[in-house]
Design a protein around this ligand. Structure first.
Ligand SMILES: Cc1ncc(COP(=O)(O)O)c(C=O)c1O
Length: 427
């Protein structure tokens, strides 16, 4: 059977970004008999015992409660499970001095679905045939934004400015406000903070500047807070969420130990939330309620926020330190390697300036020494212009053990050294 696909069918049946590489990685792990790979490609969070226990406890409470049948044996509202919405409103009002009501909150099956609803509700062609862009103000960014929009040409990303500390072998991306364009042709703006893949945290001022630019044209700004405080609190630098009339604050419980249950949260103006909610009703009626019910307990008790800052954050922050220290010790001083400042998320981002081969070729070389990372070029959705930097980066997951990270970074240092050396010899 070879079905004829529609334009949307063709678009959605293609794997984009990391999902496409994952196929190659799974194949490599399956066929690489006898070779022990250190897999630093994973975006799947580590199962931390304290976190698992929290969800086990919440499940036991749910099972023991009279609510159980109501939660799983009946349909609920599209907007989400009421006790979870209340728990979030109370927590955020108290924590950030807001005045949220239930009308400000939507629960979705994972946060990825928020980006699907938003990029297609605000981006794409209007009824009068005008293209509304989905603007990614700071490339590289989350690869998933490349696959969610049914109108791929709508997604437009902007090249960053680079702040480089040559001596320390560090760098940081900054939004380039001299280039960033938000106009009446913009449908919505999206960025992750902390950022997957780079760990970058945009400053309060940068966020406000982007939100103000967008507000002049009534453009919603989605701040993807999948790694932000209060849960999972995967920020290693101080940061406070930014709220505003045109900001949709998007959260995920996936990195707080619940990726399997698919719980996403959108907080924003009731009008914007209402649009996303209608999209959701049409798509899937509502989010599954078991995950929502246990999340309501974990948030209302304060346990999730506590475990996030006491357990989840230090776990990944210390992995980043191990990675950084190992690279400092093993990478040759004279090579132009730069680690992005580790400000959050569960990845490190390495830039190898003037790398003589592509990131894909380096990925293949690393596989030969048993190390799997993700080539960086997949993290530039919407950035169409040629830019050699796109082929000079790697995303390294912090989900492996300390020993694995150390060994992998030592092997990476050797491979990188020989790659640069080979090119000097060839010259
Ligand atoms: C930045 C970012 N946004 C969104 C998502 C999707 O998360 P969810 O599991 O909530 O759909 C991820 C997943 O890794 C992510 O890294």
């Amino acid at each position: 059977m070879n079905p004829n696909l529609s334009q949307f069918g063709t678009q959605m049946s293609n794997l984009t970004g990391v999902r496409a590489i994952m196929k190659d990685i799974i194949e490599t792990l399956r066929t690489g008999e006898g070779q022990d790979f250190i897999n630093l490609s994973a975006g799947n969070p580590v199962i931390l015992p304290e976190v698992e226990q929290l969800w086990r406890d919440c499940t036991e409470q749910l099972l023991a409660s009279s609510e159980y049948g109501e939660v799983i044996c009946r349909y609920g509202s599209s907007q989400g499970y009421q006790p979870l919405i209340e728990a979030i409103a109370n927590d955020f009002n108290q924590r950030y001095g807001l005045n949220l009501t239930e009308r400000n909150i939507l629960i979705t099956p994972g946060s990825q679905s928020i980006y699907f609803y938003a990029t297609n509700a605000f981006g794409g062609y209007t009824t009068s045939g005008k293209l509304k862009q989905v603007v990614l103000p700071l490339s590289p960014d989350y690869t998933g934004y490349g696959g969610v929009c049914l109108t791929p040409e709508a997604v437009v990303a902007y090249k960053p400015a680079l702040e480089i500390d040559e001596k320390a072998h560090h760098f940081k991306y900054r939004p380039d406000f001299s280039q960033l364009t938000i106009t009446e042709e913009t449908g919505c703006v999206i960025f992750s903070r902390p950022c997957n893949p780079t760990g970058n945290v945009l400053t309060q001022e940068e966020v406000k500047k982007i939100a103000d630019l967008a507000a002049s044209f009534d453009v919603p700004v989605l701040i993807d807070s999948a790694y932000a405080p209060p849960f999972p609190a995967l920020n290693f630098t101080e940061m406070t969420p930014v709220f505003g009339s045109n900001i949709i604050h998007c959260m995920s419980l996936s990195k707080a130990g619940l990726p399997g249950e698919r719980v996403g949260i959108a907080i924003g103006d009731p009008k914007l939330i209402g649009i996303l909610e209608s999209f959701q009703t049409n798509l899937c009626i509502h989010s599954p309620r078991y995950g929502q019910a246990i999340a309501a307990r974990a948030i209302a008790s304060g346990a999730l926020a506590k475990i996030s800052s006491n357990i989840i954050r230090p776990y990944y922050a210390s992995k980043f330190d191990v990675l950084e220290n190992t690279l400092d010790q093993s990478m040759p001083e004279e090579l132009p390697w730069f680690l992005h400042r580790g400000e959050g998320a569960i990845f490190a981002w390495l830039w190898l300036q003037d790398l003589p081969i592509t990131d894909w070729e380096l990925y293949q070389e690393l596989k030969k020494v048993g190390v799997i990372v993700v080539p960086g070029s997949t993290f530039f959705p919407g950035l169409r212009e040629d830019w050699s930097h796109k082929q000079q980066c790697l995303r390294i997951s912090l989900t492996a053990s300390n020993e694995e990270i150390e060994v992998a970074m030592q092997r990476l240092a050797k491979v990188v050294q020989s790659v640069y050396q080979r090119s000097t010899v060839n010259v």
